[in-house]
Design a protein around this ligand. Structure first.
Ligand SMILES: [Zn+2]
Ligand SMILES: [Zn+2]
Length: 433
């Protein structure tokens, strides 16, 4: 089984083995360079089932989970596809089924051996191939359901069922049919997945009289478009990310960046962030400069690293860092000169992260309550030259004292007022938080 070809991207210097689906990717056209792949859409395998009512059978089960739970989970994974098509799926325990699901190890008779824990998680065969309907899961994964302590069966199964129904891997990063495993709840199809499956099978039959639960309408996630957003106003906006870079302070918002040197906004800013960092995603969730001068950007389930010469590598999957949740909200380098550590923040959790091994130190998150008087769900964080940390949320920020290890009295304060000389808005006060 081929390892992931990092298509059109630069190979990471250290070898790694991102958890992924074992179905080989079809080659990407050579003109899709620099990550701006305009052909982002579902890909069909060429085959489809000629009938809408399909049966399935579970041959062997994973040892970690009860059979009942596995049955329920696989049914749920099939439901995301049946909800948007005329397809139905019925489990059978005897006789021949259309879809055969097995948990198996290493060599298992189909020339696509599994590889033990990690790496390849599962694979499935397309319709109209000689093994159509076969779905194999690697028995050696730590299968779990609904938590991020192992490999989530629901997510992986829903993806494999997409193959069994005729969908190839998609290059749309948030799609279920993206080849790399990410943990995301609730399970849902992206617009791309839905368009793909409906292209093959059409939309659901008109509902019978029975009240059916309509699939939630998933807001179409804006695909990364290339139209610049209108320029935001630093006095009224909140920020996606802030980072100290080469001793200057950069504020990021919707593809724009503000640059402050010695506390002063530089002329010509805000400017498009892509002027500094070619290929930077349209918006970033978090940014930081590491101790060797690389600049890291996070967006959704991916991250990019720019070296000192502003050469980009990536995107890489955040899951490769050992982090099983996407959407890092803030990141910064924190500590005294000798022992700076990188921290990643999301909601009420944070992780310590080793930038040289590109792994989080522990899969188990720590609680934001360690950062006393700092709220949860921060948008951005950075450290100044004196060693104070700053945490932003909305239009406010907290200044954090490294000696007392807590946010200072008198905070939060308005970002616009203190960093961008915005007029004091009498109406907005901190207690509106
Ligand atoms: Zn796959
Ligand atoms: Zn197999």
């Amino acid at each position: 089984m081929r390892q992931p070809q990092t298509k059109g991207t630069i190979k990471p210097h250290n070898s790694w083995n991102p958890p992924r689906c074992g179905v080989p990717d079809i080659p990407v056209p050579a003109d899709s360079s620099n990550g701006r792949n305009r052909q982002k859409r579902f890909v069909l395998s060429g085959g489809r089932w000629d009938k809408a009512n399909l049966t399935y059978k579970i041959i062997r089960f994973p040892w970690q989970l009860s059979k009942v739970k596995v049955r329920k989970t696989l049914a749920e994974a099939l439901r995301v596809w049946s909800e948007v098509t005329p397809l139905t799926f019925t489990e059978i325990q005897e006789g021949r089924a259309d879809i055969n699901i097995d948990f198996t190890r290493y060599w298992h008779g189909d020339n696509l051996p599994f590889d033990g824990p990690g790496g390849i998680l599962a694979h499935a065969f397309f319709p109209k191939t000689h093994r159509e309907g076969d779905v194999h899961f690697d028995y050696d994964e730590a299968w779990t359901i609904g938590n991020n302590l192992g490999t989530d069966l629901l997510q992986v199964a829903a993806h494999e069922f997409g193959h069994v129904l005729g969908l190839q891997h998609s290059s749309v990063s948030k799609s279920l049919m993206s080849p790399f495993y990410t943990f995301r709840y609730p399970l849902s199809l992206s617009t791309d997945d839905k368009q793909g499956i409906q292209y093959l099978y059409g939309t659901p039959q008109p509902p019978s009289s029975a009240p059916t639960i309509k699939p939630e309408s998933h807001q179409p996630e804006p695909e990364s478009n290339e139209i610049p957003y209108s320029e935001p106003d630093a006095c009224t906006t909140d920020f996606d990310a802030v980072s100290t870079i080469r001793g200057e302070l950069f504020f990021f918002r919707s593809g724009y960046v503000w640059r402050l040197r010695g506390g002063k906004l530089q002329s010509g800013y805000p400017a498009l962030a892509s002027r500094h960092w070619k290929g930077i995603p349209e918006s970033v969730d978090a940014a930081f400069e590491d101790s060797v001068g690389n600049i890291w950007f996070f967006h959704g389930s991916k991250y990019w690293v720019y070296d000192g010469k502003l050469q980009a590598t990536g995107p890489f999957q955040i899951s490769d860092l050992g982090l099983s949740v996407p959407n890092v909200q803030a990141a910064f380098l924190w500590g005294t000169n000798k022992s700076k550590k990188t921290y990643l923040f999301r909601g009420a959790e944070y992780w310590r992260f080793n930038t040289s091994t590109r792994r989080i130190e522990s899969r188990h998150s720590r609680s934001m309550s360690d950062w006393r008087r700092v709220p949860t769900s921060i948008d951005a964080a950075f450290q100044d030259e004196q060693g104070f940390a700053y945490f932003l949320q909305g239009r406010y920020y907290w200044k954090f004292d490294p000696v007392q290890v807590r946010a200072l009295e008198g905070y939060p304060r308005l970002v616009g007022q203190d960093f961008f000389n915005c007029p004091v808005a009498s109406s907005s006060s901190a207690n509106s938080l």
